[in-house]
Design a protein around this ligand. Structure first.
Ligand SMILES: *Cc1c(COP(=O)(O)O)cnc(C)c1O
Length: 390
């Protein structure tokens, strides 16, 4: 056999930042000690800094969905009217959570690959002034489309409703001015642009959202925002935290601050642009051509070819795990991720591998066509060489 490295190239979990992984080995630490409190406090402070917000930031031992659940169960009451923008599997998740808690959801849906326009949100808010909340995905990871968060936020800010944004793959891939635009709940997750394993959910909560918490009556226990805020102020979490992940996060956030959030976003944007150029040069179709986001690029498999073949071939030939479509999109699309710890060298390899896979499966392409298109984006962007000291 030949050497074949395992490569995790999905839009969550994403490739791990090695120093963060190493930091996890120091997790023989007790969570009610000053050493750990210092790490916890610095994570919360650094999260605030990289998210660019003055709002309270809380952390939970949960995958990102935990923070979505917490948003509904802590800020709303049974029968509350809400608007859910649903343009993919994660939008459907907001709908399911709202329904599970007995909210009255007006679902504004868009076909997979498209987005819900801010105008529709504005019209729905005008039609129902009693609306208490608007839910959206900044980046809909299942389709690769990104919503126009700023324009939506401006529409919601004029009303009494709060704007809850699942930014789990939006953070670190697109500009999000939480305070300036008026995002009342902004949710993140550890296994996306934060470059560490799954298991931590983050949320920034605005004063407007906190006000809703005072009148909300839905039951909740584990995810208790007020209790968590009090604990966080004391450098602790309410329950036993995921200590290993907190140590990893501290390390990853150090790196994100060093790179700088604008550069992390630009990194994802450039990789996304290069990916679009490459697959277009290979005569493949984008799944969300009108509103492509930068967290992940969803690409249609060539006509007559199941995208599962491409996914399987990446694994078998190159040890690389890339994402298939979710739900009814499975078999139709494959997804190339850009969020977090991805670089151009990763992308050149993915595109070169894709060309080999297409050729081997009845979709002849000229070797190098896609790679050259990606290289041209790299060259045009004039990415500066960096001296590596490690
Ligand atoms: C990954 C992801 C989530 C959270 O999923 P978990 O499995 O709970 O981590 C939610 N929304 C979006 C847009 C995501 O990409």
């Amino acid at each position: 056999m030949h050497i074949r490295k395992q490569r995790l190239l999905t839009p969550g979990p994403t490739p791990l930042y090695p120093p963060a992984l190493h930091a996890m080995m120091a997790s023989d630490i007790h969570h009610r000690t000053e050493d750990f409190r210092n790490a916890y406090r610095s994570c919360l402070a650094d999260l605030k800094e990289v998210m660019g917000t003055s709002h309270d930031v809380l952390m939970f031992a949960a995958s990102g969905t935990g923070a979505m659940d917490a948003t509904v169960s802590n800020l709303f009451s049974r029968g509350d009217k809400v608007i859910v923008c649903s343009a993919g599997k994660f939008g459907e998740r907001w709908v399911e959570i709202a329904k599970a808690y007995g909210l009255e959801a007006n679902v504004l849906s868009a076909p997979y690959g498209e987005v819900v326009t801010p105008e529709r949100v504005e019209a729905a808010l005008a039609a129902e002034p009693a609306t208490k909340g608007v839910f959206v995905q900044a980046s809909e990871t299942s389709t690769g489309a990104a919503h126009h968060v700023e324009a939506m936020a401006r529409a919601v800010a004029k009303t009494n409703a709060i704007f809850a944004v699942d930014a789990i793959t939006g953070l670190g891939t697109m500009p999000l001015d939480i305070d300036g635009w008026g995002l009342d709940v902004t949710i993140g997750g550890s296994q996306k642009a934060f470059m560490i394993p799954p298991g931590l959910a983050f949320m920034a909560i605005s004063p407007k959202a906190w006000k809703l918490a005072d009148s909300a009556t839905l039951p909740h226990y584990y995810f208790n925002l007020k209790k968590e805020k009090k604990s966080g102020d004391a450098g602790e979490s309410s329950w036993t935290p995921a200590t290993a992940l907190i140590l990893a996060l501290a390390e990853a956030l150090r790196y994100v601050k060093q790179v700088g959030m604008p550069k992390l976003i630009e990194n994802a944007q450039l990789l996304a642009e290069a990916t679009r150029a490459a697959v277009t040069a290979l005569e493949l179709q984008l799944f969300a051509p009108a509103s492509p986001g930068s967290s992940v690029t969803a690409v249609r498999a060539p006509a007559g070819m199941d995208s599962s073949v491409i996914v399987k071939e990446f694994r078998n030939r190159f040890g690389a795990i890339i994402a298939n479509g979710q739900g009814s999109m499975k078999g139709q699309i494959f997804r190339i991720a850009h969020l977090g710890y991805f670089d151009f060298a990763d992308l050149f390899a993915v595109i070169a591998g894709l060309e080999i896979i297409l050729n081997a499966n009845g979709h002849p392409v000229q070797y190098g066509t896609g790679v050259a298109a990606a290289q041209q984006v790299y060259a045009r962007a004039a990415v500066k060489p960096q001296t590596v000291t490690a």
